[in-house]
Design a protein around this ligand. Sequence first.
Ligand code: NAD
Length: 489
Amino acid sequence: MTNVPITVAHGDGIGPEIMEATLHILKAAGARIDIETIEIGEKVYLSGNSAGIAPESWESLRRTKVFLKAPITTPQGGGFKSLNVTVRKTLGLYANIRPCVSYHPFVDTKHPVMDLVIVRENEEDTYAGIEYRQTDMVELCLKLISRPGCEKIVRYAFEYALKNKRKKVTAFMKDNIMKQTDGLFHRVFDEIAPEYPGIEADHWIVDIGAAKMADTPENFDVLVMQNLYGDILSDVAAQIAGSVGLAGSANIGENISMFEAIHGSAPRRAGQNLANPSGLFLGSIMMMVHLNQPDVAELAHNAWLRTLEDGIHTYDIFKDGVSKEKVGTKEFAQAVVDRLGKKPETLKAIEYKKVEEIAAADRKPIYSIREPEKKELVGVDVFVNWWNGNFYGDGEVIGKKMEEVNGGGVKLVMVSNRGTKVYPKGMSDTFCVDHWRCRFMSDNDNEIISHAQVIDLLSRINAAGLDFIKTEHLYNFSGQPGYSLGQGQ
Ligand code: NAD
């Protein structure tokens, strides 16, 4: 069998040590891989490359299509973009898979029965990184959620459940508040779930869902969620399972995939042969499955489980009375190598059967191509930076001022401040900042308006000496409003 080329980055902090340990185990387990090494992270950032990755490294990733990455340190201060987010988005790594498993009674945990997988959307949400300072007081971050993005991740979660013989997929979202963005995620989940009748589907509002996951993780199986919720909750899940140092992660794209630990570069532990290599190692096991080398994945994973069972633990999971021997990074890796061919005796041994099927299904994103709906412009929200020195009671003042620019077939229908209606009929108790949303619609009920009317309106606002900082068009799609109606309406 021929070797498969992969790209490897040793990273920063504890990165080089845990990568060396991981590769030592993989090689001893007979991994059929040829390694291309690239430099990423702190050194590259500090050499003046704000993305932390050199152009020739992209070439390697596009050539091998498989990336085993140790954690890196993003330098403090502005101007340095997160390499992880850049790689995930640039290469379309749309699904982030984070298994969180407890290893009771060998690793101390509050949750003896825990074996869940978080499937996190990896390309959009607030992680689009589109942010602005708009006024003296207000900064804004765009939360972008697309239908294909939702379809890709929700379908991936169900396909993952099917291929890995999981029983349930649970979605977390906050659609009681974010009716458009999280509402779309929920609708897509409800559309796709019935296509998988053998898999139970349920959903929770993310706040109570997160509380339940932290309290009774045994009730969850596969969880699917948007980028930010998934980022936060996968760390929670890994930590309550035993340690963030124990969880690996796969970032799956249509053509290229990246495998890593979920934790960071832990600079305080660097260079001391202390770090637990298990997170990166389990990421590399997911990589071996992806590379269709189930024999290697099974051999190495079972030896690793046996090492945990034998009580050979790094400092982060070492506990008197539970553990037997406290070891460093290198010794832990050697202990796994020494156990290759052995299986765990109490923990369930791993079988990576039929992985060809899993690997193939894992890669291909599935989304529908739909006929665009009928879209009609019915109004515009003009955001205005205006400040009269008062945190209370100025809704009436700005409302009256904005009414002066009515005309050309459009009129002001409401003003809100941070989403709360303050005009007409605002409440004097509402705290207001210098950022006002002024909604204009046709002065003839339900009529569509034109872009030219919007431009004329902006000209009148400009002539009135008001600072408009952003506009959002209000569209109906197939006759249904494609915008939030605003509190108080
Ligand atoms: P971190 O995850 O690096 O470390 C937090 C703490 O967790 C450590 O101090 C250590 O006590 C423990 N820990 C983490 N991994 C461990 C391991 N393998 N073995 C033993 N203990 C471990 O988080 P941080 O300190 O907030 O971030 C440090 C740096 O890592 C930052 O520069 C951050 O940007 C970066 N980071 C990188 C990635 C990545 O490359 N994937 C992810 C997260 C953070």
